[in-house]
Ligand binder design. Structure first.
Ligand code: NDP
Length: 397
């Protein structure tokens, strides 16, 4: 059906490659490229069947990307490198006339501030070139955004209150590790909190608002209100929302480590001089922390991520909860990666499938909730991330 170029050979890239390699009718050609080619080769060998070609690329270098894309001739580039590379890869896609998909919005390296503005500004150029760009196609953003679109399409006339709830009740056995890229993760969770209420953004101190929430098959877990990127696109695409918030669970041990890391300056993103050369503290920290792509082996427990929604259907108030639970052990058995990489990589592969099948194909730059949710939801069930719906339940929030 089509060829893809995956950029980024981390935990998520590994899952995307495994999933695509298992779907030869859809992904007739796969190339995996990253900064370190040996990581691509290791993934290609593990995913098996000699289906994956590999290459080295610096995705901050647009001419290098353009040469690679011209040599590879993919139908779509799947960007699972870091948010810093988003604009460079979009530039290269425009120059070569290829579709684009990612799982995280652009963030400038020198400022811990992510927003869609930079990528939305590419809308006219992608539209004029007749090219599709699909933004935020992991789990959150990604599946949670599609869950919201599915709820709005099938179960509500208007959605009013949205709470995205993200619980990782897994145990990787390490004193401290992050479940995806440590630099991006620590920048995200140490930001001030922010949520949408009555037409404006409300800002909080980091982790100021928290409460225990009951997660299916897990139980009560302390959940912290943080800002998350899909809130920005969801309040724009679902203007009936009166309030939209994002909650994530953190254990006390994780928060204590995080506080120490911040207090001693290791979360800093400004360069410091060390032995005559500049280093960025958080990048040095990443080098000594466990690699999220290698946490899978001893990871037990599960994730539970979903949307709790309140709104109106046929003049009556109703509540709705849609979620997926994913067991780390199952993710590891299938792909060699832990559940957070798995829940991100599988939706990215499905998004690329939607494009190659011509279902999610329209010129311009779009967030996933702007496409038909139904075929994507069907594939989530089929490809390892089944979802459950609960109607008229106590949402706790
Ligand atoms: P990793 O750090 O494990 O992997 C990132 C990969 O990108 C690494 O292989 C790295 O290369 C490569 N890379 C970094 N910079 C460049 C560059 N300039 N050129 C080429 N390759 C580069 O991260 P994850 O796999 O955990 O996360 C991948 C993405 O997924 C991130 O953007 C993250 O924010 C996003 N994500 C999205 C989620 C969602 O639900 N939407 C959830 C979790 C993550 P090297 O190995 O050489 O360092």
């Amino acid at each position: 059906m089509g060829k893809v170029l995956i950029i980024g050979a981390g935990g998520v890239g590994s899952v995307v490659a495994h999933k695509m390699a298992s779907l030869p009718d859809v992904f007739t050609g796969i190339m995996l490229a990253s900064r370190t080619k040996s990581k691509c080769d290791a993934i290609a060998a593990h995913a098996g069947e000699n289906r994956i070609e590999t290459a080295q690329v610096d995705a901050d270098n647009v001419p290098q990307l353009v040469s690679l894309i011209r040599a590879c001739k993919p139908d779509m580039v799947v960007n699972v490198a870091l948010p810093y590379q988003d604009l460079h890869i979009m530039d290269a896609c425009l120059e070569t006339g290829v579709a684009y998909l990612d799982t995280a919005n652009y963030e400038p390296p020198e400022e811990a501030k992510f927003e869609y503005r930079w990528q939305w500004e590419y809308g006219d150029r992608f539209r004029d070139a007749g090219l599709t760009a699909i933004l935020g196609c992991g789990f959150d953003p990604g599946a949670t955004s599609v869950f919201t679109a599915y709820a709005a399409k099938h179960h509500f006339d208007e959605i009013h209150y949205l709470d995205i709830v993200d619980c990782n009740a897994g145990d990787h056995g390490k004193p401290f590790a992050t479940n995806f890229n440590p630099e991006i993760n620590i920048r995200e969770v140490t930001q001030r909190g922010k949520y949408w209420e009555n037409g404006r953004w409300v800002t909080t101190e980091p982790h100021e608002i928290h409460m225990p929430l009951d997660y299916p098959h897990i139980g009560l877990r302390e959940s912290y209100l943080i800002y998350h990127e899909e809130l920005e696109s969801l309040v724009k695409n679902f203007p009936t929302l009166k309030r939209a918030r994002f909650w994530m669970t953190f254990g006390q041990e994780y928060l204590t480590h995080l506080r120490v890391i911040q207090n001693i300056g290791m979360a800093g993103i400004a360069p410091v001089m060390y032995e005559g050369r500049e280093i960025v503290p958080i990048q040095f920290l990443k080098a000594v922390l466990p690699d999220p792509g290698e946490l899978g082996e001893n990871y037990t427990g599960q994730t539970s991520i979903g949307c709790r929604i309140r709104g109106i259907k046929n003049g009556r108030e109703k509540t709705y909860y849609i979620y997926n639970n994913c067991r780390h052990e199952d993710a590891y058995a299938e792909t060699g990666a832990q559940g957070v990489s798995y829940t991100t990589g599988v939706p990215a592969a499905i998004g690329a499938m939607m494009y190659l099948k011509g279902i999610w194909k329209k010129p311009g730059v779009y967030n996933v909730e702007e496409f038909d949710p139904n075929p994507f939801m069907t594939e989530l069930n089929r490809l390892g991330l089944p979802w459950t719906e609960l109607h008229d339940v106590d949402l706790e929030l």
